[in-house]
Design a protein around this ligand. Structure first.
Ligand SMILES: Cc1ncc(COP(=O)(O)O)c(C=O)c1O
Length: 331
């Protein structure tokens, strides 16, 4: 059974749904974990086995932990269907290829493991975290020591922002931490090495903002800490190109599809902070955040200060698509 998420204040991440059907209080970002921790018994997929959360453990010698050496995907499922599963798996395999990591199973097997993890947790709506670590090695960073990557699948629920924030829109600040350059660690790889994004997130927290706008080394907008950025000016949508340091977001590509459907021109182009300040509308896309309006950037009100009409239409169509399309879980 699904428990309605009630959220308090700003960004929240709720606790996983329990099979015991206990009503869950979402954990608020700035509270200690124990403050609202419910009893729960998630079933986790770990290297071919389904295990209780308490037994889902990996070695301290796993290079995913020691070096952030691994890859992941965040995937949502709605109304008993996994949204854009093929695209997520393709990106996972691309990330793996890029870092010379061999995923120890085929895509068909991965799909079945993922669907079965959701089924075993009795969920119809939620969020999957799919992780492939380099596996157990020694304390040296050389991955040749790691003989077998580990695959972990967690199916749970998540709500990044309260209903109020979703309706009113987010505030963002530009952070000093630049998005990692492609020559250092290409942001197109969805790796377990997220310290760059975490540092930006800390800056947003310290500034009291909901998100951080990350610039690339050229000073153009790359993306937010876990979302792609879109602005709207004179009825047209603009977003930074992948080469600006943006992840090739799956929700980003859904935004392109929706814009085409609605007959709104969408252009990939370099965007400056100034462009954001003078935009008529701004929104972010991400699997966890979904499609969410931004109404303030570095203290400047964007447009009317309220979610604009194009953003609102994008959100409405996105919701329809998530409910009506995807890979069925229970059929
Ligand atoms: C750095 C970064 N940018 C953008 C996104 C949005 O991508 P997607 O829509 O595929 O979730 C994410 C989340 O996966 C992310 O981690």
């Amino acid at each position: 059974m699904l428990t309605k998420t009630s959220t308090v204040g700003g960004a929240v991440i709720d606790k996983p749904e329990t099979r015991a059907k206990a009503p869950l209080k979402p954990a608020v970002d700035n509270q200690s974990k124990t403050a609202s921790a419910p009893a729960r018994d998630l079933t986790i997929y770990l290297d071919g086995k389904f295990v209780p959360e308490a037994d889902a453990k990996v070695s301290v010698f796993d290079h995913g932990l020691l070096y952030g050496d691994g890859i992941f995907e965040g995937i949502r499922f709605y109304n008993g269907r996994v949204f854009r599963l093929e695209e997520h798996l393709e990106r996972l395999w691309d990330s793996a290829r890029s870092i010379c990591l061999e995923i120890p199973m085929g895509r068909g097997e991965m799909t079945e493991a993922l669907l079965e993890t959701i089924r075993r947790n009795d969920l119809r709506e939620g969020y999957i975290r799919l992780i492939v670590t380099r596996g157990v090695g020694n304390l040296g960073l050389n991955p040749v020591q790691c003989k077998r990557p580990s695959v972990i699948i967690i199916a749970t629920t998540i709500a990044l922002y309260s209903k109020e924030v979703c309706e009113k829109g987010l505030t963002v600040v530009t952070c000093a931490t630049r998005r990692t350059g492609a020559a250092a660690l290409n942001p197109a790889v969805k790796s377990l090495n997220y310290l760059n994004n975490v540092m930006a997130r800390i800056e947003a927290n310290l500034a009291g903002a909901d998100e951080a706008l990350m610039l690339n080394e050229a000073g153009n907008v790359a993306e937010c800490t876990a979302d792609n950025v879109f602005i709207i000016k004179h009825g047209r949508i603009f977003t930074p190109p992948i080469a600006a340091g943006a992840l090739r977001g799956i929700t980003r590509s859904v935004a392109f599809d929706i814009a085409a459907e609605l007959g709104i021109k969408i252009t990939e182009t370099d965007i400056t902070r100034h462009d954001v300040f003078v935009a008529d509308e701004c929104f972010l896309t991400g699997t966890a955040a979904e499609v969410i309006p931004v109404v303030k950037a570095d203290g400047r009100t964007i447009g009317s200060g309220k979610p604009g009409s194009i953003t609102t239409r994008m959100i409405a169509r996105f919701r329809e698509m998530t409910r009506a399309t995807g890979t069925p879980i229970f059929e």
